[in-house]
Write a protein that binds this ligand. Structure first.
Ligand code: DGL
Length: 265
């Protein structure tokens, strides 16, 4: 029997996983959630595979022991494409990962040319090659690493205004590749990027559709926890590593996602 107060733990390197939390909330309004942002190690996307795997496995092991979650969602494409298998090997808790939404994008594209924006680490993963081979073998998939968008999303969430040139560079990074002019569907393969979807849409001239995995993953979480009792005790809490625990702008933003307090690790 699952403890009704056992949380769903949603984990990201930063605020990107909030896009996942928003979808989970729609399906499971009563689910207790602990949101974890590993801001001390952000950005994951610029790190090596070994660094990311060690960090994610270590942190999730500690958190699982402390909070006894009913399920862990790795709401981070970078961490999932690198460490999902390892995390599943070391934890008994069910783990749901977030991987680039290439399959739905392949179903949606009319031109057959799909763009993919992710972190540097994500776009070089064999996991992405395999998704491409499995679901988009008859399409053209153009990848571009847009690490600047991570910082832009972090800034926007804290009330700042990112430089529009960042979004223009991301769009150009895809458009300038051979065939890039025909892109009609863009996979947002980093959970931070839906937070700046409006800015990206403006940079692409409104001519592309964005796809991310959040809704599908929320459905998967609802499916895996079906029939379980939930007792959400008021607001949820976030654990934030690094120096930003007392940042009022961050707390304000988290409140919009139903998180009432931020604690250090
Ligand atoms: N949110 C993470 C992802 O989905 C990446 C951000 C980072 O580089 O840490 O890939």
């Amino acid at each position: 029997m699952v403890d009704p107060a056992a949380p769903i733990l949603i984990f990201d390197s930063g605020v990107g996983g909030l896009t996942m939390l928003a979808e989970v909330r729609k399906l499971l309004p009563e689910a207790p959630v602990i949101y974890v942002a590993d801001e001390a190690a952000l950005p994951y996307g610029d790190k090596s595979e070994a660094e990311i795997a060690a960090r994610v496995c270590g942190l999730l092991g500690r958190l699982a022991e402390r909070y006894n979650p009913r399920l862990i969602c790795i709401a981070c494409n970078t961490a999932s494409t690198i460490a999902l298998g390892m995390v599943r090997d070391v934890l008994e808790t069910p783990v749901v990962g977030t991987v680039p939404a290439i399959k739905p994008a392949a179903e949606l594209t009319q031109t057959g040319v799909i763009g993919l924006l992710g972190t540097k680490a994500t776009i070089r993963q064999a996991y992405v090659d395999n998704l491409e081979a499995e679901f988009a073998a008859d399409k053209t998939l153009l990848r571009h690493a847009a690490p600047e968008l991570v910082g832009a999303a972090e800034l926007k969430l804290r009330g700042g205004t990112p430089d529009p040139a960042i979004f223009a560079r991301a769009a150009e990074g895809l458009r300038s590749q051979p065939g890039g002019e025909d892109i009609d569907t863009v996979v947002l393969a980093c959970t931070h990027f839906p937070l700046v979807a409006d800015e990206l849409s403006a940079a692409f001239g409104g001519k592309v559709r964005f796809v991310d995995g959040a809704q599908g993953i929320a459905r998967r979480i609802a499916y895996l926890t079906r029939g379980q009792p939930f007792a959400r005790n008021g607001v949820d809490q976030a654990i934030v590593t690094g120096d930003d625990t007392d940042n009022p702008a961050l707390l304000e933003a988290f409140k919009r996602f139903g998180i009432g307090r931020i604690l250090p690790l």
